[in-house]
Design a protein around this ligand. Sequence first.
Ligand code: MRU
Length: 352
Amino acid sequence: MVRTLYWEDGAAMILDQTKLPDELTYVKCIDTDMVAECIINMRIRGAPAIGIATAMGIALGAQPIRAEGYGDFVKDLESAYKTLLATRPTAVNIEWAVDRMKFFLENHKSEPVETLKKMLIEEAGKVLEEDIEINKAIGRYGVAFIKDGARILTHCNAGGLATGGYGTATAPMRTAHAEGKKIHVYADETRPLLQGARLTSWELKEDGIPVTLITDNCAGALMNRGEIDLVIVGTDRTARNGDVANKIGTYMVAVLAKENGIPFYVAAPTSSIDFSMPSGDMIPIEERAPEEVTMVYGKVSIAPEGISVRNLAFDVTPAKYVTAIITEKGVFRPEDLKNLDEEGADLEKFRL
Ligand code: MRU
């Protein structure tokens, strides 16, 4: 499958997802600002993918620093953290990646600055490789919920393109497909930026996984007609009480799933769980430009000029609608997350 991002000759190569599915082009990012621009303008998007890009953006930010001592070096690196933290607010993975890189430096403070610069590049590469392994583990746990012949609904893109590869919501689907189960995926188109139409349906089709594209408005009708067996989505940030922030429209899907007696699963790396956040109402929700709603591709106007618009990019699905959260460490009931400490150290104990 196509690579979302990778290192090449000291530059972060980022697949420009705004051009998909028509064009496959990479942006060559040589500094923090270029990575931040890619995140803000959603050339790269999806919580785990923007976490990995953040790690790379920090490594790039370290390269031109001239300071010789550790103290000055980390001080100079702070502007890179700030730039990346200011890009998009909802996905906790950006904060997670900043913390991880800070922690890494803290643990290697005795190394010379020039060595640290190289080590940061390697560490960001590790974040990428680990993400793919994490997704495969999500696939191994999640496949248990997919029967032969299952019809699965997903929303937005929590696929390979939203991660280092393999995807979170798509991981159980890919695993089931690889095991020879006959599955069929229904992809919500996901207004306004059409991640379902442009990205999910494209990547699944490319990989030979049967997929049908539907409008967001069609999901409830299909559920009501008995044509959906389960829902699997991703998350940008899940709070300690199991409330799940994900792409706008996820809440509607979850309520409809409950109404129709359909299980609703959230697939997420544990880096997308914010153990410090007690509940979903505290999750910062990004609001984006009105033009994303009033225009198609920034070119064709579909609304009266000057119309008032609300363009919330994410919503919060209360834990009561979530059947289970599928992570790389096992499957959990949303209500069990509250039993975990800040680090999620007791995670093993609460597995389903
Ligand atoms: O605005 P986007 O495209 O970054 O939103 C992405 C989503 O909502 C995904 O479902 C979420 O980040 C999980 S990706 C594994």
